[in-house]
Ligand binder design. Structure first.
Ligand SMILES: [Fe+2]
Length: 245
């Protein structure tokens, strides 16, 4: 494929064959993602047409806000799975995990090993956008002790680290893998986040990609397109998600 044109390149044109999305909010009504089964099915159908092979959707688990349990997540997943089969969305495989906020609830879940991993022993975790947890090394200790590998969701969105790239280096060295949002690269969260996403990619800090899609509007942004240079680079990076097969 040629990336010489100056026009934005739609996701559909550079998404690797059999792409696996590991970050999204497509279980209706249990977090700030899609509100209805219909919205979920619509987005999943668009994804299937784009060539996505699997979606591991990741509802928030946040104390006092969305304290979803493994049970509520699995129940909701089964409902939507039945619906998409009825709608003939059969090629796309749908699974559910969670995006765990590093808070007290997560601490107790990890202690009791009540965790829905993304795949094998990988888990997706996030920090508040206001600041990192005080006891991040204690979280990391418990995660490792329980036998999991943490993937930090959208590091590029943590503006409190933007002026201190060393922090990203420390997080990587301590054992966090990084997942970048495709929406960040599209400019959806603004130029600062987009630039940080590009920066982290050029430093080879990014291990995986995800859409982090919550709604139709974001679907439109993803479909609209990416700058050719970004599309070329991220298309390569997107192949890393194949380990979640
Ligand atoms: Fe998310």
């Amino acid at each position: 494929m040629s990336f010489l044109s100056k026009k934005d390149i739609p996701l559909e044109e550079f998404i690797p064959d059999g792409y696996i999305d590991i970050h999204s909010h497509l279980l209706p009504g249990i977090d700030d993602g899609v509100k209805t089964m219909y919205q979920s099915a619509y987005i999943l159908e668009r994804f299937e047409r784009m060539g996505v092979k699997k979606v591991i959707t990741t509802p928030h688990v946040i104390q006092d806000v969305w304290p979803n349990t493994s049970h509520t997540i699995q129940e909701n997943l089964q409902e939507i799975k039945d619906i998409i089969v009825a709608l003939n969305i059969r090629k796309l495989e749908l699974q559910a995990s969670a995006e765990y906020m590093l808070d007290d609830l997560f601490y107790s879940r990890i202690k009791s090993k009540d965790i829905l991993p993304l795949h094998k022993n990988y888990i997706l975790v996030e920090m508040s956008t206001f600041g990192p947890p005080m006891n991040i090394s204690e979280f990391l200790f418990e995660i490792k002790l329980a036998g999991y590998i943490p993937i930090l969701a959208h590091p590029e969105r943590y503006s409190f680290y933007h002026d201190d790239l060393k922090k990203f280096d420390e997080l990587k060295k301590s054992g966090f893998l990084f997942q970048i949002n495709l929406l960040s690269l599209s400019g959806y969260y603004g130029e600062r986040v987009q630039n940080m996403a590009k920066r982290l990619m050029s430093l080879d800090y990014i291990d995986f990609t995800g859409t982090d899609i919550h709604n139709y509007h974001q679907l439109g942004v993803l479909e609209q397109g990416f700058q050719p240079k970004i599309a070329e680079k991220v298309s390569e990076l997107m192949q890393n998600n194949a380990i979640f097969s």
